[in-house]
Design a protein around this ligand. Structure first.
Ligand code: NAD
Ligand code: TYD
Length: 353
């Protein structure tokens, strides 16, 4: 038996592949285009492991997806591949439409054609698991109840609009064609292998380099942070026991303002790698806000707990300490991802702020 994972060289996908193979011998076929965000170094520990089959390729390549499905006959697709950074979607939305919308459409069509060739138990057990985000629900007012699975879709960025579109396609392929889909909408993740363009790893990496810590606007935007290993265990739980056609929200029950997150990271670095020049918080720099910046996200994760018994294993305190330690111990990984192309992005996003 095997599963087909898309985007398994990215942040969450690589954590998922590593966790999966740490708990099971079921083979993973990993389809990833290796964009700037994909990094095979994340999977270096699987080198020579026959349970991991890596294929460099694009999810918009229908012939390739058809070939992988026919050759490996996976019992499920777990679909992570996406353009995932809101700021990049503001500078260049085209890639988000291509991968997140067209790519999901291509996978759904290939999945439908493949699923229609199956019979009996194999057909009944087959799943398309779509990994999505809480950002599709838009922004919450202070004190408003957290997002449930029936919250209206109100995406505000090109990224969240493209993910919302993909969620709608997945829903329609179930209702129209009967494709056995599962959708999970998760809050902000953090943990090992997180590309240092996102808030938490960027703050760690910049602080260690003595660079400014850019906080957008007033820093009071709220996100609900979940350790990536908990996201992976939630996906496994939904894939194993989720009801076909259902949506499950996944979150950490941990709402924090951005500025508080940055201060927590600085405090941990002060403890674990003190800087003779003074506390890292001295580097905090308020910069121009992100256009259309959502004020607050919060996930109501009671459905997945009620139906599948899932709850996060990490608290924010344990998860962020592990994460900061991981970055301190993996300076080589950080140095490798800080390529020329990444430096160009930093000057594009931050020079004009
Ligand atoms: P990431 O940007 O770190 O990784 C994306 C991966 O997809 C990369 O390995 C990249 O090479 C690959 N990819 C991109 N375009 C591709 C294409 N056309 N064909 C094949 N592969 C392609 O993203 P992530 O943070 O790991 O997010 C994974 C998924 O989880 C995304 O669907 C995202 O929307 C969702 N999600 C992320 C978060 C978060 O906090 N990071 C939270 C909730 C949901
Ligand atoms: P990010 O990690 O980009 O995730 P998302 O926008 O998908 O939630 O950003 C998390 C929060 O941190 C978001 O409110 C934007 C803010 N932020 C900053 O204040 N400074 C930064 O340099 C970055 C990258 C993000």
């Amino acid at each position: 038996m095997s599963i087909l994972v898309t985007g398994g060289a990215g942040f969450i996908g690589s954590n998922f592949v590593l966790d999966w193979l740490a708990q099971s011998d079921e083979r993973v076929v990993n389809l990833d285009a290796l964009t700037y965000a994909g990094n095979l170094q994340n999977l270096a520990s699987l080198q020579g492991d026959a349970r991991h089959v890596f294929m460099r390729g694009d999810i918009t390549d229908r012939a390739l997806v058809d070939r992988l499905l026919a050759e490996h006959r996976p019992r499920a697709i777990v679909h992570f591949a996406a353009e995932s950074h809101v700021d990049r979607s503001i500078h260049g939305p085209g890639a988000f439409m291509k991968t997140n919308v067209d790519g999901t459409f291509t996978l759904l069509e290939a999945a439908r054609a493949h699923w229609n060739t199956l019979q009996g138990d194999e057909k009944a057990a087959w799943r398309f698991h779509h990994v999505s985000t809480d950002e599709v629900y838009g922004s919450l007012a202070p004190g408003a109840p957290a997002f449930t699975e029936t919250h209206p879709y109100e995406p505000n960025s090109p990224y969240s609009a493209s993910k919302a579109a993909s969620d709608h396609l997945v829903r329609a392929w179930h209702h129209t064609y009967g494709l056995p889909v599962l959708t999970t909408n998760c809050s902000n993740n953090y943990g090992p292998f997180h590309f240092p363009e996102k808030l938490i790893p960027l703050m760690i990496v910049n602080a260690l380099a003595g660079k400014p810590l850019p906080v957008y606007g007033d820093g009071q935007q709220i996100r609900d942070w979940l350790y990536v290993g908990d996201h992976c265990s939630a996906i496994r739980a939904v894939l194993a026991g989720g009801r076909v056609g259902e949506v499950y929200n996944i979150g950490g029950w941990n709402e924090q303002a951005n500025i508080d997150i940055v201060n927590i990271v600085c405090g941990l670095l002060d403890e674990l790698r003190p800087d003779p020049a003074g506390p890292y918080a001295r580097l905090i720099t308020y910069v121009k806000d992100r256009p259309g910046h959502d004020r607050r996200y919060a996930i109501d994760a009671r459905k997945i707990e009620r139906e599948l018994g899932w709850r996060p294993a990490e608290t924010f305190g344990t998860g962020i300490r592990k994460t900061v330690r991981w970055y301190l111990e993996h300076a080589d990984w950080v140095a490798n991802v800080q390529s020329g192309g990444y430096r160009d992005w930093l000057s594009k996003n931050y020079a004009a702020r």
